[in-house]
Design a protein around this ligand. Structure first.
Ligand code: GTP
Ligand code: MG
Length: 420
């Protein structure tokens, strides 16, 4: 496995680069937080003893920075990579999410199944539970049937609503590495595409369009991504032609159909959306069968043998293509999330530290000037004292002499008078 030169830790997936970057930036911000807290406490003390040294605004800035840094630290610990899945109803979005998770987490099935946005992320506690929008209540989830029931019947959910599904991290490496997967209702069942994008897509690092290999890219699917790319500059989009197992029924047309889909999908990404180059586009388009991958992974997890006779011709190639997609996806999401999530924070951190330094420098210089002028004043005062002292000595001496003279004079006069 490759190593990360900056930490010298082993990396088994590109996703871990994000985790390491997160750890590093977190520890930098913990240091900044200590520095800001320390600096603000000292400033408060100095301000009490010597209010002339610190200008009111400076103290306010330093205290504000304390809250700013705390805010950034909180956001950083919550930061994760986010992938959102879109496509027409029944194309297999939920099945793709389940295949990537390696087990049946989300309800899937024929007809319109997913009726709201579902965000699957790692659970800190190790329990599986869900939280609906605007509520803090953790509803336990024991099984997919239970989840489906909770989503369909226990609460009337709005299609725009987001339900968080927290799933044990130890069950899936994607969740362990901080990836959140967002499943959506079919793009064809809503007139509210704009609201969806604003509410759920603005912070997505990667979009996956789950298309149906048995048909072609649909206008509603294309429209959705046209809207996304007007709101986000160069979104990262993968296109999965799902249900590719169906191609096994018509092997004579396989290459021809694949080429047709590939050309349309790459044209869509390169010429219509202009989100990538032709070379990049080829590694963004895949032909897969999520149903097969899910089946194989569930069987493997349960220690059961995979009955290859029940699978359509070409299963291994499709499985490998799914793994290739996962690898490209991991590289892409990790790179993009590091840039979008941490670049901003590290720039904010740099500005903050620079501003703090400049304030501290100003305070330091002002205190130096004040000390200097006090010392000068003291010196001047000392010199004056010395001079006065000298003067006093002189005057005293003169007085002494005069008094002696006067005494002598008086003595002289008295003795003269006595003689006379
Ligand atoms: P909605 O949530 O209703 O929008 O649908 P969806 O896009 O989430 O589709 P879902 O994953 O529920 O799959 C719909 C049906 O297609 C299910 O019965 C799946 O078993 C089936 N399906 C999904 N992927 C594949 C595949 O690769 N091949 C085949 N043959 N069937 C699939
Ligand atoms: Mg679904």
């Amino acid at each position: 496995a490759p190593r990360n030169p900056s930490t010298d830790e082993q990396i088994s997936s590109p996703l871990q680069v994000f985790g390491q970057a997160k750890k590093q930036i977190n520890s930098i911000f913990v240091d900044i937080q200590e520095y800001v807290t320390d600096a603000s406490e000292r400033m408060i003390d100095v301000n009490k003893i010597c209010p002339d040294v610190i200008v009111e605004n400076e103290l306010k800035f330093i205290l504000d920075y304390r809250f700013k840094v705390k805010g950034i630290c909180e956001v950083l610990t919550r930061d994760h990579m986010k992938v959102a899945f879109f496509g027409r109803t029944s194309n297999g979005k939920s099945t793709v999410v389940n295949a990537m998770l390696g087990e049946k987490v989300l309800p899937s099935g024929i007809g319109h199944t997913t009726n709201c946005f579902l965000q699957v992320e790692g659970s800190q506690t190790g329990d599986a539970y869900l939280v609906t929008e605007g509520s803090n209540e953790k509803q336990n989830v024991e099984s997919v049937t239970h989840l489906a029931h909770a989503l369909n019947y226990e609460k009337q959910l709005n299609e725009k609503e987001l339900v968080h599904v927290y799933w044990p991290k130890d069950k899936c490496s994607l969740l362990r590495d901080d990836v959140a997967l967002v499943d959506s209702p079919g793009v064809d069942v809503t007139p509210h595409l704009d609201d969806w994008i604003d509410a759920h897509c603005i912070d997505a690092d990667v979009f996956v369009l789950v298309a149906n290999a048995e048909s072609t890219l649909m206008v509603t699917e294309k429209n959705f991504f046209h809207k996304v790319s007007t709101k986000l500059s160069k979104p990262n989009i993968f296109i999965l032609h799902n249900r590719w197992d169906a191609s096994a029924n018509e092997p004579e047309f396989l290459d021809q159909v694949r080429k047709q889909h590939m050309d349309r999908a790459t044209d869509f990404l390169v010429k219509e959306l202009k989100v990538c180059t032709p070379e990049e586009a080829v590694s963004r388009v895949f032909f897969i069968s999520a149903k097969e991958v899910l089946l194989a992974r569930v069987k493997e997890r349960n220690g059961q043998a995979l009955n290859s006779e029940a699978l359509a011709e070409g299963f291994s190639a499709r499985y490998m293509e799914f793994e290739e997609f996962e690898h490209r996806f991991e590289e892409c999401i990790s790179k993009s999330a590091i840039k979008t999530k941490f670049l901003n924070h590290s720039q904010q951190g740099k500005h903050l530290v620079k501003d703090m330094c400049s304030i501290m420098e100003k305070v330091y210089n002002r205190s130096k000037e004040l000390t200097h002028s006090k010392m000068c004043q003291q010196k001047e005062f000392q010199e004056k004292l010395n001079f006065t002292e000298q003067q006093l000595v002189c005057i005293t001496n003169q007085m002494k002499m005069k008094i002696h003279q006067m005494v002598d004079d008086v003595e002289d006069k008295v003795s003269k008078a006595l003689n006379d």
